[in-house]
Design a protein around this ligand. Structure first.
Ligand SMILES: NC(=O)c1ccc[n+]([C@@H]2O[C@H](COP(=O)([O-])OP(=O)(O)OC[C@H]3O[C@@H](n4cnc5c(N)ncnc54)[C@H](O)[C@@H]3O)[C@@H](O)[C@H]2O)c1
Length: 298
């Protein structure tokens, strides 16, 4: 039964989601919203966070957090949860010291390994939806000038190239499915946000460029769409690691067209729209969910 508040029907669709590490980030709400709209959700989380997510999915204290939105009965209950480190396309690329860590030594958690796992767990089901909700820089607190080459390149690899790699791996599962890919970006790709360091702004600029290129290549190869959501600041775990995220939230709140902070549910709703047939003509685009902050003069 599709809830009228949501008004989006994703029944019969399979969603492969990256970026769920806890219940405080965008991906958690996107997963719940896609499930509420009828999709079957597969979570491919960072190998070191799989056990945290497992606990959140079963412990009684998190029942409220698992509750589906829009009054839809039920809790977030993914069809499967498995590890995926988007820094590696194949297990062969993984250094031995990484392979020996907890979460890595048990199975192949490269992108290729995660899609093989998906194939096995879903019984070879197609992928209709791919969500990229991943970002990382080891030097996020260093400003652009101080960022090392290694950190800059790692930010590009994990936060931008991973969209290319995940889309490439998903495409064989997407053919003939009106499939759709959504990723998360941030305004620092086009404006200077001094506190957003570690090469992350450049990674977001690359991500936006990649999304346009992928819209063309995935569109021609598999009829798939690729879009990004540029979200306003939100105090997730990743955002808290930047520094005082609340200062950023308050700054944006004061200056936005709508003078308030965004909610994670607003990002999830936009993702559900972009991932649904309602957005069938939209690809290669960036949709801003920032209460209109980006249209304001400084
Ligand atoms: N929170 C904000 O203010 C904000 C604003 C705009 C865009 N975004 C973007 O939204 C997306 C989700 O971030 P969030 O704010 O929900 O925080 P989050 O901490 O919930 O999500 C970041 C995710 O990236 C994952 N990750 C990091 N390195 C990885 C790797 N090597 N392999 C697999 N997963 C890895 C983490 O495990 C985590 O799940 C990111 O792309 C972020 O840049 C966030």
């Amino acid at each position: 039964m599709v809830p009228c508040m949501l008004g989006i029907n994703l029944s019969g669709k399979n969603a492969f989601l990256t970026g769920v590490a806890d219940d405080g980030g965008f991906a958690w709400d996107i997963a719940k919203t896609l499930q509420a709209a009828g999709a079957k959700v597969y979570l491919a989380s960072h190998p070191r966070t799989v056990s945290i997510v497992e606990r959140l999915l079963r412990r009684p204290q998190s029942a409220e957090s698992r509750q589906l939105p829009y009054g839809v009965q039920g809790e977030l209950a993914p069809a499967a949860l498995f590890g995926c480190d988007v820094a590696y396309d194949t297990a062969a690329e993984m250094p031995e010291e990484v392979k020996s860590q907890k979460g890595y030594r048990e199975e192949d958690v490269s992108i290729q390994g995660a899609f093989e796992k998906y194939r096995a767990l879903s019984g070879g089901a197609p992928v209709d939806i791919l969500v990229h909700s991943v970002a990382f820089s080891p030097e996020i607190q260093k400003n652009h000038l101080e960022t090392s080459r290694a950190a800059y390149l790692m930010a590009q690899s994990i936060s931008a190239y991973s969209l290319v790699a995940l889309t490439r791996a998903a495409l064989p599962f997407m053919k003939g499915r009106d499939a759709s890919v959504v990723g998360l970006t941030y305004l620092a790709s086009e404006r200077v946000v001094p506190g957003y360091g570690g090469g992350m702004a450049s990674a977001k600029a690359a991500l936006e460029c990649d999304a346009r290129a992928l819209a063309y290549f995935a569109g021609r190869e598999a009829g798939a769409r690729v879009n990004l959501i540029s979200a306003g600041p939100y105090p997730s775990r990743a955002a808290r690691s930047i520094g005082d995220i609340q200062v950023m939230v308050d700054h944006v709140k004061e200056r936005s067209a709508l003078p308030r902070a965004i909610t994670s549910q607003e990002v999830a709703d936009t993702a559900a729209f972009l991932l649904s047939p309602l957005a069938s003509g939209i690809t290669g685009d960036v949709l801003y969910v920032d209460c209109g902050y980006h249209v304001m003069a400084p």
